[in-house]
Write a protein that binds this ligand. Structure first.
Ligand SMILES: [Zn+2]
Length: 294
């Protein structure tokens, strides 16, 4: 396959993968292994290694990044994503990744969020081979491909790169983890429709305690997310749903009556795993805000 044909094939694979991932933003190892495009099967993940180098492709197709792995993949000072050389592995691993840089072929970054579960980030681009530090630098966004010196970003580029990292890496990962923990259901009304669900923060992102961890998250439908953010709806540290008194006193149509008023006093649905349950301390902090508003 020549470079042009491979670029087109990659584009088709990416498009189809995006559709497969959809609003849950996650994909399983099996789906990546059995990936089907126009009757052909493509393995988008390697069986054993953290890099997928298809024999009949010129360059690496996907790289896997596991926050818990021994490889120190990282976000370099909040700038470009760094992917460590695969030490001691087949030389072809690094060679084919270098080819992706030379041929400017986009690839897939698979971020592992649980055993056999990944949030794919795509397309991403290899923009530098940082030999002294044994790593490749990966741009998570098209416009970061053109920076003059990927290893030493200018302040404005760095700021932009940080924003991109948040949008393309951290937010989808948070969404993937939260929706998965809540089995794709609203914690208040049990609505099961990924398109209508958000991964809400208990303590807002950017505040102390506003970590992107599942115990600072809630899977909420759009209306209950907005109601929670606006303090029309509160959640006690004991996982009980409360509705603002002024809203309880109001008389209006079915959304107010069934969607909000009837939720008052109901228990919140929480994830089955203890460490995924909403942190009582954070809920208490937010509930104090709700009470002050009421
Ligand atoms: Zn809901």
């Amino acid at each position: 396959m020549d470079r042009a044909a491979e670029a087109i094939l990659r584009e088709e694979i990416f498009q189809h993968l995006k559709e497969l991932v959809g609003d849950t933003v996650v994909v399983t190892r099996q789906q990546l292994w059995d990936f089907n495009l126009k009757g052909e099967t493509y393995h988008l993940i390697d069986r054993n290694r953290g890099i997928r180098n298809p024999k009949d492709m010129l360059a690496t197709l996907s790289i896997l990044s596991d926050p818990k792995s021994k490889y120190p993949d990282e976000e370099v000072g909040g700038s470009l994503f760094a992917y460590a050389y695969r030490e001691g592995s087949v030389d072809g691993d690094n060679k084919k990744l270098r080819r992706a840089l030379e041929l400017e072929l986009p690839l897939i970054l698979l971020r592992k969020i649980a055993d056999g579960v990944f949030v794919p980030v795509l397309p991403v681009y290899v923009v530098a081979d940082d030999k002294p530090n044994h790593r490749f630098l990966i741009a998570l966004d098209e416009s970061l491909r053109s920076v003059a010196d990927p290893i030493n970003l200018q302040p404005l580029e760095r700021e932009y790169a940080q924003r991109v990292t948040k949008q393309r890496l951290h937010q989808p990962e948070f969404r993937g983890r939260v929706l998965r923990a809540y089995e794709c259901r609203c914690a208040v009304c049990h609505l099961r429709h990924a398109k209508l669900l958000d991964a809400a923060h208990i303590i807002a992102d950017g505040k102390p305690n506003g970590t992107p961890t599942v115990n600072n998250g809630l899977s909420l439908c759009k209306i209950h997310h907005a109601a929670y953010d606006e303090n029309f709806l509160g959640i006690t540290p004991g996982y009980e749903i409360r509705i603002n008194q002024s809203l309880l006193d109001e008389v209006d149509g079915p959304m107010l009556r069934y969607g909000l008023q009837q939720m008052h006093g109901r228990p919140l649905s929480t994830p089955s795993r203890a460490r995924d349950k909403p942190s009582a301390e954070r809920l208490a902090e937010r509930f104090a805000e709700f009470q002050a508003f009421s």
